[in-house]
Design a protein around this ligand. Structure first.
Ligand code: NAP
Length: 557
Protein backbone atom coordinates (compact mmCIF):
# COMPACT_ATOMS: atom_id res chain seq x y z
CA UNK A 1 0.00 0.00 0.00
CA UNK A 2 1.25 3.54 -0.80
CA UNK A 3 1.36 6.15 1.91
CA UNK A 4 0.64 9.29 -0.13
CA UNK A 5 -2.49 10.04 1.86
CA UNK A 6 -2.81 8.33 5.21
CA UNK A 7 -6.56 8.90 5.32
CA UNK A 8 -7.31 6.94 2.15
CA UNK A 9 -5.96 3.47 1.54
CA UNK A 10 -3.97 3.58 -1.67
CA UNK A 11 -2.96 0.61 -3.79
CA UNK A 12 -1.16 0.06 -7.02
CA UNK A 13 -4.23 -1.76 -8.33
CA UNK A 14 -7.84 -2.10 -7.29
CA UNK A 15 -9.70 -4.87 -9.08
CA UNK A 16 -13.51 -4.85 -9.03
CA UNK A 17 -14.89 -8.40 -8.94
CA UNK A 18 -13.78 -11.67 -7.34
CA UNK A 19 -14.80 -14.22 -9.95
CA UNK A 20 -12.50 -16.01 -12.41
CA UNK A 21 -11.24 -12.65 -13.67
CA UNK A 22 -10.57 -11.03 -10.32
CA UNK A 23 -8.76 -14.06 -8.95
CA UNK A 24 -6.52 -14.36 -12.02
CA UNK A 25 -5.77 -10.64 -11.94
CA UNK A 26 -4.89 -10.69 -8.26
CA UNK A 27 -2.57 -13.66 -8.64
CA UNK A 28 -0.73 -12.27 -11.65
CA UNK A 29 -0.46 -8.65 -10.52
CA UNK A 30 0.72 -9.68 -7.10
CA UNK A 31 3.42 -11.79 -8.79
CA UNK A 32 5.07 -8.61 -10.10
CA UNK A 33 4.94 -6.97 -6.70
CA UNK A 34 1.98 -4.65 -7.27
CA UNK A 35 -0.07 -4.02 -4.15
CA UNK A 36 -3.46 -5.25 -5.32
CA UNK A 37 -6.86 -5.23 -3.66
CA UNK A 38 -9.88 -7.07 -5.03
CA UNK A 39 -13.28 -5.80 -3.94
CA UNK A 40 -16.59 -7.50 -4.58
CA UNK A 41 -20.13 -6.55 -3.62
CA UNK A 42 -20.98 -10.21 -2.95
CA UNK A 43 -20.20 -11.89 0.34
CA UNK A 44 -18.21 -14.71 -1.23
CA UNK A 45 -15.74 -15.28 -4.04
CA UNK A 46 -16.86 -16.77 -7.35
CA UNK A 47 -18.48 -13.93 -9.30
CA UNK A 48 -21.00 -15.46 -11.68
CA UNK A 49 -20.69 -18.73 -9.83
CA UNK A 50 -21.38 -17.05 -6.51
CA UNK A 51 -24.48 -15.38 -7.90
CA UNK A 52 -26.05 -18.15 -10.00
CA UNK A 53 -27.68 -20.71 -7.71
CA UNK A 54 -30.67 -21.68 -9.84
CA UNK A 55 -31.64 -25.35 -10.01
CA UNK A 56 -29.60 -27.12 -12.69
CA UNK A 57 -26.86 -24.49 -12.97
CA UNK A 58 -23.72 -25.98 -14.46
CA UNK A 59 -21.09 -25.14 -17.06
CA UNK A 60 -21.75 -25.40 -20.78
CA UNK A 61 -18.00 -25.88 -21.23
CA UNK A 62 -16.30 -29.13 -20.31
CA UNK A 63 -14.26 -29.49 -17.13
CA UNK A 64 -10.89 -29.78 -18.89
CA UNK A 65 -10.94 -26.24 -20.21
CA UNK A 66 -13.13 -24.44 -17.71
CA UNK A 67 -10.16 -23.84 -15.43
CA UNK A 68 -6.89 -21.99 -15.12
CA UNK A 69 -3.66 -23.61 -16.18
CA UNK A 70 -1.25 -21.28 -14.37
CA UNK A 71 -0.98 -23.03 -11.02
CA UNK A 72 0.59 -26.49 -10.88
CA UNK A 73 -0.62 -26.88 -7.31
CA UNK A 74 -4.23 -26.20 -8.27
CA UNK A 75 -4.18 -28.46 -11.30
CA UNK A 76 -2.57 -31.32 -9.38
CA UNK A 77 -4.81 -31.10 -6.35
CA UNK A 78 -8.23 -30.14 -7.69
CA UNK A 79 -10.52 -33.08 -8.52
CA UNK A 80 -13.22 -32.61 -11.18
CA UNK A 81 -16.17 -34.96 -10.85
CA UNK A 82 -18.37 -34.29 -13.91
CA UNK A 83 -17.95 -33.53 -17.59
CA UNK A 84 -20.06 -30.36 -17.15
CA UNK A 85 -19.44 -29.41 -13.51
CA UNK A 86 -22.37 -28.08 -11.52
CA UNK A 87 -22.36 -24.54 -10.19
CA UNK A 88 -21.56 -25.76 -6.71
CA UNK A 89 -18.45 -27.53 -7.98
CA UNK A 90 -17.21 -24.47 -9.88
CA UNK A 91 -17.79 -22.31 -6.83
CA UNK A 92 -15.83 -24.79 -4.73
CA UNK A 93 -13.07 -24.74 -7.38
CA UNK A 94 -12.80 -20.96 -7.22
CA UNK A 95 -12.80 -21.04 -3.42
CA UNK A 96 -10.03 -23.63 -3.60
CA UNK A 97 -8.07 -21.39 -6.00
CA UNK A 98 -8.50 -18.46 -3.60
CA UNK A 99 -7.29 -20.52 -0.64
CA UNK A 100 -4.51 -22.45 -2.38
CA UNK A 101 -2.99 -19.30 -3.88
CA UNK A 102 -3.48 -17.38 -0.65
CA UNK A 103 -5.59 -14.77 -2.41
CA UNK A 104 -8.16 -14.08 0.29
CA UNK A 105 -5.97 -11.75 2.33
CA UNK A 106 -6.26 -9.23 -0.52
CA UNK A 107 -9.96 -9.69 -1.22
CA UNK A 108 -12.53 -7.50 0.45
CA UNK A 109 -16.07 -8.86 0.17
CA UNK A 110 -19.41 -7.12 0.75
CA UNK A 111 -17.78 -4.04 -0.74
CA UNK A 112 -19.66 -2.32 -3.54
CA UNK A 113 -17.95 0.28 -5.73
CA UNK A 114 -20.32 3.06 -6.74
CA UNK A 115 -17.93 5.44 -8.42
CA UNK A 116 -14.36 5.48 -9.68
CA UNK A 117 -12.87 8.74 -10.91
CA UNK A 118 -9.51 9.38 -12.46
CA UNK A 119 -7.49 12.49 -11.70
CA UNK A 120 -4.85 13.55 -14.20
CA UNK A 121 -3.15 15.75 -11.64
CA UNK A 122 -2.45 12.88 -9.21
CA UNK A 123 -2.67 10.14 -11.86
CA UNK A 124 -4.75 8.15 -9.41
CA UNK A 125 -8.16 6.59 -9.42
CA UNK A 126 -10.40 7.38 -6.46
CA UNK A 127 -13.09 4.83 -5.74
CA UNK A 128 -16.14 5.63 -3.67
CA UNK A 129 -17.72 2.65 -1.95
CA UNK A 130 -21.35 2.15 -0.98
CA UNK A 131 -20.58 2.95 2.67
CA UNK A 132 -19.11 6.30 1.62
CA UNK A 133 -15.48 5.33 2.25
CA UNK A 134 -12.83 5.68 -0.43
CA UNK A 135 -9.90 3.81 -1.92
CA UNK A 136 -7.18 5.02 -4.28
CA UNK A 137 -5.15 3.22 -6.88
CA UNK A 138 -2.86 3.87 -9.78
CA UNK A 139 -4.55 1.23 -11.90
CA UNK A 140 -8.22 0.29 -11.98
CA UNK A 141 -9.20 -3.13 -13.30
CA UNK A 142 -12.78 -4.18 -13.94
CA UNK A 143 -13.45 -7.87 -13.50
CA UNK A 144 -17.18 -7.36 -13.22
CA UNK A 145 -18.31 -10.14 -15.55
CA UNK A 146 -19.90 -9.90 -18.94
CA UNK A 147 -23.22 -11.50 -17.99
CA UNK A 148 -23.75 -10.25 -14.49
CA UNK A 149 -26.33 -7.46 -14.56
CA UNK A 150 -29.77 -9.10 -14.71
CA UNK A 151 -32.53 -7.86 -17.00
CA UNK A 152 -36.13 -8.16 -15.86
CA UNK A 153 -38.86 -8.54 -18.48
CA UNK A 154 -40.63 -5.34 -19.42
CA UNK A 155 -44.06 -6.64 -18.47
CA UNK A 156 -46.67 -4.53 -16.64
CA UNK A 157 -47.52 -5.67 -13.14
CA UNK A 158 -44.38 -7.76 -12.57
CA UNK A 159 -43.93 -6.27 -9.10
CA UNK A 160 -47.51 -7.15 -8.14
CA UNK A 161 -47.00 -10.92 -8.27
CA UNK A 162 -47.95 -12.28 -4.85
CA UNK A 163 -45.63 -15.29 -4.72
CA UNK A 164 -41.86 -15.49 -4.85
CA UNK A 165 -40.37 -14.19 -8.13
CA UNK A 166 -36.68 -14.77 -8.74
CA UNK A 167 -34.32 -13.91 -11.58
CA UNK A 168 -32.06 -16.86 -12.43
CA UNK A 169 -28.96 -14.96 -11.31
CA UNK A 170 -30.60 -13.86 -8.05
CA UNK A 171 -31.91 -17.27 -6.98
CA UNK A 172 -31.91 -17.46 -3.17
CA UNK A 173 -28.81 -19.22 -1.87
CA UNK A 174 -30.88 -21.27 0.53
CA UNK A 175 -32.96 -22.59 -2.39
CA UNK A 176 -36.71 -22.40 -3.01
CA UNK A 177 -39.07 -25.19 -2.01
CA UNK A 178 -41.03 -25.98 -5.15
CA UNK A 179 -42.84 -29.02 -3.80
CA UNK A 180 -46.51 -28.95 -4.89
CA UNK A 181 -45.99 -25.52 -6.42
CA UNK A 182 -47.20 -24.20 -9.78
CA UNK A 183 -44.12 -22.61 -11.31
CA UNK A 184 -44.01 -20.23 -14.27
CA UNK A 185 -40.72 -19.75 -16.10
CA UNK A 186 -40.20 -16.80 -18.46
CA UNK A 187 -37.16 -17.19 -20.72
CA UNK A 188 -35.59 -20.06 -22.61
CA UNK A 189 -31.94 -19.03 -22.94
CA UNK A 190 -29.05 -21.07 -21.53
CA UNK A 191 -30.26 -20.41 -17.96
CA UNK A 192 -33.90 -21.43 -18.47
CA UNK A 193 -32.85 -24.42 -20.54
CA UNK A 194 -30.66 -25.74 -17.74
CA UNK A 195 -33.35 -25.04 -15.20
CA UNK A 196 -36.43 -26.62 -16.76
CA UNK A 197 -35.69 -30.34 -16.16
CA UNK A 198 -34.88 -29.67 -12.50
CA UNK A 199 -37.88 -27.42 -11.93
CA UNK A 200 -40.11 -30.05 -13.52
CA UNK A 201 -38.70 -32.78 -11.28
CA UNK A 202 -39.57 -30.78 -8.15
CA UNK A 203 -42.68 -28.74 -8.89
CA UNK A 204 -46.31 -29.81 -9.29
CA UNK A 205 -46.54 -28.00 -12.62
CA UNK A 206 -44.26 -25.84 -14.76
CA UNK A 207 -45.53 -23.39 -17.36
CA UNK A 208 -42.80 -22.31 -19.77
CA UNK A 209 -43.44 -18.93 -21.37
CA UNK A 210 -41.37 -19.05 -24.56
CA UNK A 211 -40.90 -16.08 -26.84
CA UNK A 212 -38.03 -17.07 -29.15
CA UNK A 213 -37.23 -20.79 -29.20
CA UNK A 214 -33.58 -21.81 -29.06
CA UNK A 215 -31.47 -24.41 -30.88
CA UNK A 216 -30.49 -26.58 -27.93
CA UNK A 217 -27.80 -29.23 -28.32
CA UNK A 218 -28.41 -31.93 -25.77
CA UNK A 219 -25.61 -33.56 -23.84
CA UNK A 220 -24.87 -35.85 -20.93
CA UNK A 221 -22.58 -35.24 -17.99
CA UNK A 222 -20.87 -38.52 -17.07
CA UNK A 223 -18.47 -38.69 -14.13
CA UNK A 224 -14.83 -37.80 -14.82
CA UNK A 225 -12.84 -41.02 -14.45
CA UNK A 226 -9.52 -41.20 -12.57
CA UNK A 227 -7.83 -41.96 -15.92
CA UNK A 228 -9.31 -38.86 -17.54
CA UNK A 229 -8.20 -36.72 -14.62
CA UNK A 230 -4.69 -38.19 -14.71
CA UNK A 231 -4.46 -37.60 -18.44
CA UNK A 232 -5.62 -33.98 -18.03
CA UNK A 233 -3.01 -33.38 -15.33
CA UNK A 234 -0.28 -34.80 -17.56
CA UNK A 235 -1.33 -32.69 -20.53
CA UNK A 236 -2.63 -29.54 -18.89
CA UNK A 237 -0.49 -27.06 -20.80
CA UNK A 238 -1.20 -28.72 -24.11
CA UNK A 239 -4.97 -28.77 -23.45
CA UNK A 240 -4.95 -25.11 -22.46
CA UNK A 241 -2.82 -24.15 -25.46
CA UNK A 242 -5.14 -26.07 -27.78
CA UNK A 243 -8.09 -24.14 -26.35
CA UNK A 244 -6.19 -20.86 -26.69
CA UNK A 245 -5.57 -21.56 -30.39
CA UNK A 246 -9.26 -22.29 -31.00
CA UNK A 247 -11.56 -19.47 -32.14
CA UNK A 248 -13.93 -20.09 -29.22
CA UNK A 249 -11.44 -21.15 -26.55
CA UNK A 250 -12.32 -24.83 -26.44
CA UNK A 251 -9.88 -27.72 -26.94
CA UNK A 252 -11.77 -29.16 -29.90
CA UNK A 253 -10.99 -30.46 -33.35
CA UNK A 254 -11.18 -28.21 -36.38
CA UNK A 255 -13.62 -29.52 -38.96
CA UNK A 256 -12.23 -30.35 -42.36
CA UNK A 257 -15.13 -29.68 -44.73
CA UNK A 258 -17.75 -27.15 -45.62
CA UNK A 259 -21.33 -28.32 -45.06
CA UNK A 260 -21.90 -27.40 -48.70
CA UNK A 261 -19.27 -29.69 -50.20
CA UNK A 262 -20.73 -32.98 -48.89
CA UNK A 263 -23.90 -34.79 -49.94
CA UNK A 264 -27.04 -35.09 -47.82
CA UNK A 265 -26.08 -38.48 -46.37
CA UNK A 266 -22.63 -37.45 -45.32
CA UNK A 267 -23.90 -34.17 -43.91
CA UNK A 268 -26.45 -36.02 -41.84
CA UNK A 269 -23.84 -38.51 -40.60
CA UNK A 270 -21.51 -35.72 -39.52
CA UNK A 271 -24.33 -33.84 -37.78
CA UNK A 272 -25.42 -37.04 -36.04
CA UNK A 273 -21.94 -37.94 -34.79
CA UNK A 274 -21.38 -34.47 -33.33
CA UNK A 275 -24.92 -34.40 -31.91
CA UNK A 276 -23.93 -37.56 -30.06
CA UNK A 277 -20.72 -35.88 -28.88
CA UNK A 278 -23.04 -33.22 -27.42
CA UNK A 279 -22.83 -29.59 -26.32
CA UNK A 280 -20.45 -27.29 -28.17
CA UNK A 281 -19.02 -30.19 -30.21
CA UNK A 282 -21.95 -29.78 -32.58
CA UNK A 283 -21.34 -26.10 -33.29
CA UNK A 284 -17.55 -26.38 -33.38
CA UNK A 285 -16.72 -29.71 -35.00
CA UNK A 286 -19.26 -30.48 -37.73
CA UNK A 287 -18.26 -28.18 -40.58
CA UNK A 288 -16.05 -25.20 -41.27
CA UNK A 289 -18.91 -22.87 -42.13
CA UNK A 290 -21.83 -23.28 -39.72
CA UNK A 291 -21.00 -19.81 -38.47
CA UNK A 292 -20.23 -18.13 -41.74
CA UNK A 293 -22.55 -19.56 -44.37
CA UNK A 294 -26.31 -18.96 -44.18
CA UNK A 295 -26.89 -22.21 -46.12
CA UNK A 296 -24.70 -24.26 -43.78
CA UNK A 297 -26.39 -22.69 -40.76
CA UNK A 298 -29.78 -23.50 -42.32
CA UNK A 299 -28.77 -27.19 -42.71
CA UNK A 300 -27.78 -27.35 -39.03
CA UNK A 301 -31.07 -25.67 -38.09
CA UNK A 302 -33.09 -28.25 -40.01
CA UNK A 303 -31.13 -31.10 -38.41
CA UNK A 304 -31.90 -29.78 -34.90
CA UNK A 305 -35.55 -29.24 -35.74
CA UNK A 306 -35.60 -32.90 -36.77
CA UNK A 307 -34.19 -33.87 -33.37
CA UNK A 308 -36.82 -31.77 -31.59
CA UNK A 309 -39.58 -33.51 -33.55
CA UNK A 310 -38.05 -36.92 -32.70
CA UNK A 311 -37.85 -36.21 -28.97
CA UNK A 312 -41.00 -34.21 -28.25
CA UNK A 313 -44.07 -36.44 -28.47
CA UNK A 314 -46.78 -33.80 -28.89
CA UNK A 315 -46.48 -32.45 -32.46
CA UNK A 316 -47.89 -29.00 -31.61
CA UNK A 317 -45.43 -28.56 -28.77
CA UNK A 318 -42.59 -29.83 -30.97
CA UNK A 319 -43.44 -27.32 -33.69
CA UNK A 320 -43.61 -24.49 -31.18
CA UNK A 321 -40.14 -25.48 -29.90
CA UNK A 322 -38.66 -25.38 -33.41
CA UNK A 323 -36.96 -22.05 -34.15
CA UNK A 324 -37.91 -20.71 -37.56
CA UNK A 325 -37.29 -16.98 -37.39
CA UNK A 326 -33.49 -17.23 -37.34
CA UNK A 327 -30.91 -19.93 -38.01
CA UNK A 328 -28.42 -21.84 -35.87
CA UNK A 329 -25.83 -19.59 -34.15
CA UNK A 330 -28.17 -16.60 -34.22
CA UNK A 331 -28.08 -17.09 -30.46
CA UNK A 332 -25.21 -18.48 -28.41
CA UNK A 333 -26.08 -22.22 -28.57
CA UNK A 334 -27.07 -23.58 -25.15
CA UNK A 335 -26.30 -27.09 -23.92
CA UNK A 336 -29.34 -29.06 -22.75
CA UNK A 337 -29.55 -31.80 -20.16
CA UNK A 338 -32.93 -33.32 -20.94
CA UNK A 339 -34.50 -29.99 -21.97
CA UNK A 340 -36.60 -31.23 -24.88
CA UNK A 341 -37.55 -34.44 -23.08
CA UNK A 342 -38.93 -32.37 -20.18
CA UNK A 343 -41.79 -31.33 -22.50
CA UNK A 344 -42.93 -34.98 -22.54
CA UNK A 345 -43.74 -34.75 -18.84
CA UNK A 346 -47.37 -34.28 -17.93
CA UNK A 347 -46.52 -31.46 -15.55
CA UNK A 348 -44.77 -29.30 -18.18
CA UNK A 349 -46.74 -26.97 -20.44
CA UNK A 350 -45.40 -24.69 -23.16
CA UNK A 351 -47.07 -21.34 -23.74
CA UNK A 352 -45.91 -19.67 -26.93
CA UNK A 353 -45.69 -15.93 -26.30
CA UNK A 354 -44.09 -14.98 -29.61
CA UNK A 355 -47.29 -14.13 -31.47
CA UNK A 356 -49.24 -13.23 -28.31
CA UNK A 357 -46.85 -11.63 -25.83
CA UNK A 358 -47.35 -11.67 -22.09
CA UNK A 359 -49.64 -8.70 -21.48
CA UNK A 360 -49.55 -8.55 -17.71
CA UNK A 361 -48.40 -10.14 -14.51
CA UNK A 362 -51.09 -10.13 -11.83
CA UNK A 363 -50.83 -11.10 -8.17
CA UNK A 364 -52.04 -14.57 -9.22
CA UNK A 365 -50.07 -15.25 -12.36
CA UNK A 366 -49.19 -14.39 -15.94
CA UNK A 367 -51.70 -13.23 -18.55
CA UNK A 368 -51.32 -14.27 -22.19
CA UNK A 369 -54.00 -13.78 -24.82
CA UNK A 370 -56.55 -12.91 -22.13
CA UNK A 371 -55.87 -16.14 -20.19
CA UNK A 372 -54.46 -15.89 -16.69
CA UNK A 373 -52.02 -18.73 -15.94
CA UNK A 374 -52.18 -19.15 -12.18
CA UNK A 375 -48.82 -19.58 -10.49
CA UNK A 376 -47.26 -19.87 -7.05
CA UNK A 377 -43.66 -19.12 -8.07
CA UNK A 378 -42.33 -17.04 -10.96
CA UNK A 379 -38.90 -17.75 -12.43
CA UNK A 380 -37.34 -15.00 -14.54
CA UNK A 381 -34.68 -16.57 -16.74
CA UNK A 382 -34.63 -13.36 -18.73
CA UNK A 383 -30.93 -12.78 -19.19
CA UNK A 384 -28.51 -9.91 -18.75
CA UNK A 385 -27.51 -6.46 -19.90
CA UNK A 386 -24.51 -8.21 -21.39
CA UNK A 387 -20.95 -7.02 -21.90
CA UNK A 388 -21.48 -3.39 -20.85
CA UNK A 389 -24.21 -3.59 -18.18
CA UNK A 390 -22.02 -4.20 -15.14
CA UNK A 391 -19.54 -1.54 -16.24
CA UNK A 392 -22.10 1.15 -16.89
CA UNK A 393 -23.83 0.44 -13.57
CA UNK A 394 -20.78 1.95 -11.86
CA UNK A 395 -19.89 5.59 -12.45
CA UNK A 396 -16.47 5.09 -14.00
CA UNK A 397 -15.37 8.68 -14.66
CA UNK A 398 -12.48 9.44 -16.96
CA UNK A 399 -11.04 12.63 -18.36
CA UNK A 400 -13.41 15.56 -18.78
CA UNK A 401 -15.76 14.09 -16.21
CA UNK A 402 -17.35 11.69 -18.69
CA UNK A 403 -18.50 8.25 -17.52
CA UNK A 404 -18.10 5.08 -19.53
CA UNK A 405 -21.89 5.00 -19.82
CA UNK A 406 -22.01 8.52 -21.28
CA UNK A 407 -19.09 7.83 -23.58
CA UNK A 408 -20.69 4.72 -25.08
CA UNK A 409 -24.14 6.31 -25.28
CA UNK A 410 -22.64 9.27 -27.12
CA UNK A 411 -20.09 7.59 -29.38
CA UNK A 412 -21.19 3.94 -29.56
CA UNK A 413 -19.28 1.04 -28.08
CA UNK A 414 -15.60 1.86 -28.32
CA UNK A 415 -12.74 -0.04 -26.70
CA UNK A 416 -9.30 -1.11 -27.76
CA UNK A 417 -9.28 -4.92 -27.87
CA UNK A 418 -11.87 -4.87 -25.09
CA UNK A 419 -8.98 -4.00 -22.77
CA UNK A 420 -9.15 -0.23 -22.39
CA UNK A 421 -11.08 2.87 -23.40
CA UNK A 422 -9.78 6.24 -24.64
CA UNK A 423 -10.21 8.90 -21.98
CA UNK A 424 -9.84 6.38 -19.17
CA UNK A 425 -6.11 6.19 -18.38
CA UNK A 426 -4.76 3.18 -16.53
CA UNK A 427 -8.18 1.50 -16.65
CA UNK A 428 -8.24 -2.09 -17.87
CA UNK A 429 -11.06 -4.56 -18.40
CA UNK A 430 -10.92 -8.32 -18.05
CA UNK A 431 -12.97 -9.79 -20.92
CA UNK A 432 -14.52 -6.41 -21.59
CA UNK A 433 -16.93 -5.59 -24.41
CA UNK A 434 -15.53 -6.47 -27.86
CA UNK A 435 -13.43 -9.36 -26.56
CA UNK A 436 -13.97 -12.75 -28.20
CA UNK A 437 -17.07 -14.84 -27.61
CA UNK A 438 -15.31 -17.68 -25.88
CA UNK A 439 -15.03 -20.31 -23.24
CA UNK A 440 -14.03 -17.68 -20.72
CA UNK A 441 -11.24 -19.02 -18.48
CA UNK A 442 -8.95 -18.97 -21.53
CA UNK A 443 -9.16 -15.24 -22.34
CA UNK A 444 -9.45 -14.44 -18.63
CA UNK A 445 -6.11 -16.12 -17.86
CA UNK A 446 -4.42 -14.80 -21.00
CA UNK A 447 -5.75 -11.31 -20.30
CA UNK A 448 -4.41 -11.26 -16.75
CA UNK A 449 -1.01 -12.42 -17.99
CA UNK A 450 -1.01 -9.79 -20.73
CA UNK A 451 -1.80 -7.07 -18.21
CA UNK A 452 0.93 -8.34 -15.91
CA UNK A 453 3.47 -7.85 -18.69
CA UNK A 454 1.96 -4.49 -19.74
CA UNK A 455 2.22 -3.07 -16.23
CA UNK A 456 5.77 -4.44 -15.85
CA UNK A 457 6.62 -2.65 -19.08
CA UNK A 458 5.03 0.58 -17.85
CA UNK A 459 6.97 0.48 -14.60
CA UNK A 460 10.27 -0.44 -16.20
CA UNK A 461 9.99 2.23 -18.86
CA UNK A 462 8.60 5.08 -16.81
CA UNK A 463 5.28 5.06 -18.69
CA UNK A 464 2.85 6.75 -16.32
CA UNK A 465 -0.27 6.09 -18.29
CA UNK A 466 -1.46 3.41 -20.64
CA UNK A 467 -4.57 4.53 -22.47
CA UNK A 468 -5.92 3.56 -25.87
CA UNK A 469 -5.75 6.21 -28.55
CA UNK A 470 -8.86 7.22 -30.49
CA UNK A 471 -7.25 5.76 -33.60
CA UNK A 472 -6.80 2.41 -31.85
CA UNK A 473 -10.41 2.36 -30.68
CA UNK A 474 -11.75 3.22 -34.10
CA UNK A 475 -9.62 0.51 -35.63
CA UNK A 476 -10.88 -2.10 -33.17
CA UNK A 477 -14.51 -1.12 -33.59
CA UNK A 478 -14.15 -1.43 -37.36
CA UNK A 479 -12.41 -4.80 -37.00
CA UNK A 480 -15.06 -6.03 -34.55
CA UNK A 481 -17.84 -4.98 -36.90
CA UNK A 482 -16.04 -6.48 -39.91
CA UNK A 483 -15.49 -9.79 -38.14
CA UNK A 484 -19.10 -9.89 -36.88
CA UNK A 485 -20.56 -9.13 -40.29
CA UNK A 486 -18.48 -11.95 -41.79
CA UNK A 487 -20.47 -14.45 -39.69
CA UNK A 488 -24.14 -15.38 -39.70
CA UNK A 489 -24.23 -14.35 -36.05
CA UNK A 490 -24.68 -10.66 -36.74
CA UNK A 491 -27.62 -10.89 -39.13
CA UNK A 492 -29.24 -13.87 -37.41
CA UNK A 493 -28.41 -12.49 -33.96
CA UNK A 494 -30.28 -9.30 -34.80
CA UNK A 495 -33.30 -11.32 -35.90
CA UNK A 496 -33.09 -13.38 -32.70
CA UNK A 497 -32.55 -10.43 -30.33
CA UNK A 498 -29.26 -11.94 -29.15
CA UNK A 499 -27.40 -10.38 -26.24
CA UNK A 500 -24.12 -10.25 -28.18
CA UNK A 501 -25.60 -7.59 -30.48
CA UNK A 502 -27.41 -5.83 -27.65
CA UNK A 503 -30.77 -6.98 -29.00
CA UNK A 504 -32.13 -8.28 -25.71
CA UNK A 505 -32.28 -4.97 -23.83
CA UNK A 506 -35.00 -2.52 -24.91
CA UNK A 507 -33.43 0.75 -26.04
CA UNK A 508 -29.87 -0.60 -26.15
CA UNK A 509 -27.88 0.30 -29.25
CA UNK A 510 -27.53 -2.69 -31.59
CA UNK A 511 -23.82 -3.20 -32.29
CA UNK A 512 -21.31 -6.02 -32.08
CA UNK A 513 -20.51 -6.43 -28.40
CA UNK A 514 -18.19 -9.42 -28.91
CA UNK A 515 -15.32 -10.08 -31.29
CA UNK A 516 -16.07 -12.92 -33.69
CA UNK A 517 -12.75 -12.97 -35.53
CA UNK A 518 -11.56 -15.81 -33.28
CA UNK A 519 -9.90 -16.05 -29.89
CA UNK A 520 -6.63 -17.16 -31.46
CA UNK A 521 -6.59 -14.15 -33.80
CA UNK A 522 -7.36 -11.91 -30.86
CA UNK A 523 -4.46 -13.36 -28.85
CA UNK A 524 -2.15 -12.69 -31.80
CA UNK A 525 -3.34 -9.08 -31.95
CA UNK A 526 -2.67 -8.64 -28.23
CA UNK A 527 0.81 -10.11 -28.78
CA UNK A 528 1.44 -7.57 -31.57
CA UNK A 529 0.55 -4.73 -29.23
CA UNK A 530 3.00 -6.12 -26.70
CA UNK A 531 5.74 -6.68 -29.26
CA UNK A 532 5.46 -3.06 -30.35
CA UNK A 533 5.85 -1.59 -26.88
CA UNK A 534 2.11 -1.18 -26.31
CA UNK A 535 1.51 0.88 -29.41
CA UNK A 536 -2.17 1.74 -29.48
CA UNK A 537 -2.08 2.42 -25.76
CA UNK A 538 0.42 5.28 -25.80
CA UNK A 539 -0.20 8.69 -27.37
CA UNK A 540 1.84 9.24 -30.54
CA UNK A 541 2.90 5.61 -30.76
CA UNK A 542 0.41 4.92 -33.54
CA UNK A 543 -1.07 1.51 -34.14
CA UNK A 544 1.02 -1.65 -34.12
CA UNK A 545 2.29 -1.97 -37.68
CA UNK A 546 0.93 -5.49 -38.05
CA UNK A 547 -2.63 -4.39 -37.23
CA UNK A 548 -3.36 -2.63 -40.46
CA UNK A 549 -1.75 -3.78 -43.69
CA UNK A 550 0.11 -0.81 -45.23
CA UNK A 551 -2.13 1.40 -47.31
CA UNK A 552 -5.33 -0.25 -46.15
CA UNK A 553 -7.97 1.30 -44.01
CA UNK A 554 -10.17 -1.23 -42.24
CA UNK A 555 -13.72 -0.98 -43.48
CA UNK A 556 -16.93 -1.69 -41.67
CA UNK A 557 -18.56 -4.26 -43.93
P1 NAP B 1 -30.77 -15.11 -22.59
O1 NAP B 1 -30.07 -16.11 -23.42
O2 NAP B 1 -30.64 -13.69 -22.94
O3 NAP B 1 -32.29 -15.54 -22.53
C1 NAP B 1 -33.26 -14.72 -21.97
C2 NAP B 1 -34.61 -15.30 -22.26
O4 NAP B 1 -35.62 -14.48 -21.66
C3 NAP B 1 -34.92 -15.35 -23.75
O5 NAP B 1 -35.59 -16.56 -24.03
C4 NAP B 1 -35.86 -14.15 -23.93
O6 NAP B 1 -36.71 -14.25 -25.02
C5 NAP B 1 -36.62 -14.24 -22.64
N1 NAP B 1 -37.37 -13.02 -22.35
C6 NAP B 1 -36.91 -11.83 -21.95
N2 NAP B 1 -37.92 -10.96 -21.80
C7 NAP B 1 -39.06 -11.63 -22.09
C8 NAP B 1 -40.44 -11.30 -22.14
N3 NAP B 1 -40.88 -10.07 -21.84
N4 NAP B 1 -41.33 -12.25 -22.50
C9 NAP B 1 -40.91 -13.49 -22.81
N5 NAP B 1 -39.62 -13.87 -22.80
C10 NAP B 1 -38.71 -12.95 -22.44
O7 NAP B 1 -30.32 -15.22 -21.04
P2 NAP B 1 -29.68 -16.45 -20.26
O8 NAP B 1 -30.44 -17.69 -20.48
O9 NAP B 1 -29.49 -16.03 -18.86
O10 NAP B 1 -28.28 -16.66 -20.96
C11 NAP B 1 -27.46 -15.54 -21.26
C12 NAP B 1 -26.06 -16.04 -21.54
O11 NAP B 1 -25.45 -16.37 -20.29
C13 NAP B 1 -25.96 -17.30 -22.36
O12 NAP B 1 -26.07 -17.09 -23.74
C14 NAP B 1 -24.60 -17.80 -21.95
O13 NAP B 1 -23.59 -17.13 -22.64
C15 NAP B 1 -24.55 -17.42 -20.48
N6 NAP B 1 -24.97 -18.57 -19.67
C16 NAP B 1 -24.07 -19.58 -19.61
C17 NAP B 1 -24.39 -20.71 -18.90
C18 NAP B 1 -23.38 -21.80 -18.87
O14 NAP B 1 -22.41 -21.80 -19.58
N7 NAP B 1 -23.59 -22.78 -18.07
C19 NAP B 1 -25.60 -20.82 -18.24
C20 NAP B 1 -26.48 -19.75 -18.32
C21 NAP B 1 -26.16 -18.62 -19.03
P3 NAP B 1 -36.24 -13.66 -26.46
O15 NAP B 1 -35.16 -14.59 -26.92
O16 NAP B 1 -37.45 -13.68 -27.28
O17 NAP B 1 -35.72 -12.29 -26.20
Amino acid sequence: MHTTDPRVETYDVVVIGAGYSGLAMLHHLREIGLSTLVVDAADGVGGTWWANRYPGVRTDSEYDSYAFSFSTAVREEWVWTERYPRGEEIRAYLEFVADRLDLRRDIRLSTRVERAEHSDSTNLWTLTLADGSRLRSTYLVSATGLLSRPVLPAVPGLETFAGPAHHSARWPHEGVDLTDKRVGMIGVGASGIQMLPELAAQAAHVTVFQRTPNYVVESTSPPVTPEELASLRENYDAVFERAARHPFGVPMDFPAHSALEVDDDERRQVFESKWQAGGFHFAMECFTDLMTSPEASAYASEFIRGKIREVVADPRTAEALCPTTYTFMGKRPPTGHGYYDAFNRENVELVDVLASPITEVTPRGVVVDGVEHELDVLVLATGFDAMTGALTAIDVVGREGITLRERWERDGLLTYLGIGVHGFPNFFMSVGPQTPLSNLPVPVQRGAQWLQRALSFARENGVDQLEPTREAEDWWRAETERAGHATVMYAEGRKAGAWFVGGNVPGKREEMAVYLGGGHVYQDLCAEVEAEAYAGLRPDAGLPSAHVPAGETPQVA
